[in-house]
Structure formats: C-alpha cells, structure tokens
Design a protein around this ligand. Structure first.
Ligand code: ADP
Length: 170
C-alpha cells in the first residue's frame, strides 16, 4: 500500500482485456515507482467485452507477483480518481505518433483540471507497439484454428482462455 511520502503513480485505461503492451508498461512503471495503482475505467458510453470485475480479476492474476501493484475500478474523470488516491503522477504509454498527439492534448487538458498532477509517459517497447485491446478482440473473433497459440504474442497467458470463452462460449 502506498504511504504518504512514497512515489505513487496511477495508470488508467479500459484494459478490455489487458495486453502484453499494458503488462510491459505496468512492470516498468512498478519498477520506477514505489507503488502503482491500475485504474480500470467504467465508461458508460463504451460496451466492453469483459465486465469491470472480469478485467480486474485478469489484471490481478497477471501481476500477482508484484506486491506494489494494486488494481481498482473508477468512474468519472481520471484526474479525480488519481487525486482521490492522494497520488500526484498519472502514468501513460506512447505507441505511435497518433498516441503522442492524443496524449499531449489529454495531458494539457488534465493539467487545466488538476494542475498539481503530472503525467509521466513511457515509450512502448518496440515489440509491443502494434498491440491494442481492439486488435486482440478482432484476432480472437476472426482467427481460426491455432488462435490460442497466436494470442500468446498479444496477451498474458491467463487472458487467453478467458478471451476464447467470451468470444466462443463452449
Ligand atoms: P483507453 O481505452 O483509454 O485507450 P487502453 O487500455 O487502450 O485505454 O490504454 C491505456 C494506456 O495504455 C494508454 O496510455 C495507452 O497509450 C497505453 N497502451 C495501450 N497499449 C499499449 C502498448 N501496446 N504499449 C504501451 N502502452 C500501451
């Protein structure tokens, strides 16, 4: 649990589902900061594949080896969630030039909303830059035989059975 003086960062997203790209960012973030909270956003305008509880369970089991990573859901603005935890840093990942543009705009808006918060960016590892949750859902939906094996290149191992069960219930 973060203490008042610890370096506590918060990483928010949809994580529908958590990917190898998210995992890489969370592991690197947990190494840089004393404590890292993963915030799973409840967004009423999106229809996620996994419920928020399912997403939290998948993230928790991916990081059960990291005692300084906590996972919880939030609704409303990310800056309000970060502030409610007493944290000062929002962690974000950058994959592409498009991400840079969008994240730059968002961090400026967040600065207006919450001037005391800082956004810290980590560049995606080159081997994961192409990975997004939506791409993974497409592969799981449209892939044929051997999809489970192929998904190993995109999501943590514990996510594969959950993803296949969601998409093709037995
Ligand atoms: P959102 O629904 O807000 O786009 P995501 O779960 O897609 O949520 O992303 C949350 C954060 O994780 C963002 O900062 C995004 O740039 C970052 N991210 C997503 N995929 C990757 C990846 N493959 N490598 C590094 N960072 C990533």
């Amino acid at each position: 649990m973060p203490t008042q003086n610890s370096r506590h960062a918060v990483y928010v997203g949809s994580f529908d589902p958590v990917t190898l790209g998210h995992e890489d960012l969370i592991r690197r973030g947990a190494d840089v900061f004393d404590s890292l909270t993963v915030g799973v956003g409840i967004n009423p305008s999106k229809s996620p594949l996994f419920t928020v509880e399912e997403r939290i369970t998948l993230i928790r089991s991916t990081f059960e080896d990291l005692p300084n990573v906590q996972v919880q859901s939030f609704s409303g603005l990310a800056v309000d969630f970060v502030r409610s935890l007493g944290a000062k840093v929002m962690l974000r990942g950058l994959r592409t030039l498009t991400d840079i543009e969008a994240e730059f705009t968002m961090s400026l808006a967040n600065r207006v909303l919450s001037p005391e918060l800082e956004t810290v960016f980590l560049m995606a590892s080159e081997k994961y830059t192409h990975i997004s949750s939506s791409l993974i859902k497409q592969i799981a939906q449209m892939g044929g035989e051997g999809t489970a094996k192929q998904l190993e290149n995109f999501v943590p191992a514990n996510v594969i059975p959950a993803l296949l069960e969601k998409i093709r219930p037995s």
